[in-house]
Design a protein around this ligand. Structure first.
Ligand code: IMP
Ligand code: MG
Length: 177
């Protein structure tokens, strides 16, 4: 599997160190609060697992699985494959994602969470590819800004594979040609 990788962009050590920094920032910003971390399945799983170890507030966690349809403009247009387990009325949400690409997914899910009664929704993303942005949305906490390349590992997939790689790598072109 690592033989399909052209270049390691971010090592496990780099990612862990950055998660520690993000955790410190979140601890400071949410001091006295207990945000709910909402991870978007499946890509956010390794990042969320690492990040939450570095948050020392009495957080709770939940997961959602959504399909976002590109080409539709309305921000509520997202199919929920797995919904949240509990009510989020009045809660401060940290929405955890693997990557912000066009921005469609996060923008739609954020609207959805506000419609469910969230008090605040902030976005935490391991990666950000700003060159690809279509929707005007920014991460509140971003691990790394990366160039416009297709990356896999640390939760990110190509055809559902490579999520278990402990690093972020650029896939060789011949793998998806
Ligand atoms: P957006 O709605 O375009 O921002 O899409 C974000 C989703 O697209 C992410 O949750 C990923 O599943 C997927 N995605 C975007 N770029 C990449 C990539 O480079 N590698 C793997 N998946 C990606
Ligand atoms: Mg995804």
């Amino acid at each position: 599997m690592p033989q399909d990788i052209k270049e390691v962009l971010l090592s496990e050590e780099q990612i862990e160190a950055r998660c520690e920094e993000l955790g410190q920032q979140i601890d400071q910003d949410y001091a006295g609060n207990a945000p709910l971390l909402v991870g978007l399945l499946k890509g956010s799983v390794p990042f969320m697992a690492e990040l939450m170890k570095h948050i020392h507030l009495p957080i709770t966690i939940d997961f959602m699985d959504v399909s976002s349809y590109v080409g539709t403009q309305s921000s509520g247009d997202v199919r929920i494959n797995k919904d949240l387990d509990y009510s989020i009325v009045g809660m401060d949400i940290l929405l955890v994602e693997d990557i912000i690409d066009t921005g469609h997914t996060l923008s739609k899910v954020r609207t959805l969470l506000y419609n469910k009664g969230a008090k605040s929704v902030k976005i935490v993303s391991l990666l950000d590819k700003p060159e690809r942005r279509v929707v005007d949305i920014q991460g509140d906490y971003v691990g790394f800004t990366i160039p416009n390349a297709f990356v896999v590992g640390y939760g990110l997939d190509y055809e559902q594979k490579y999520r278990n790689l402990p690093f972020i790598g650029i896939l060789k072109e011949e793998v998806y040609q």
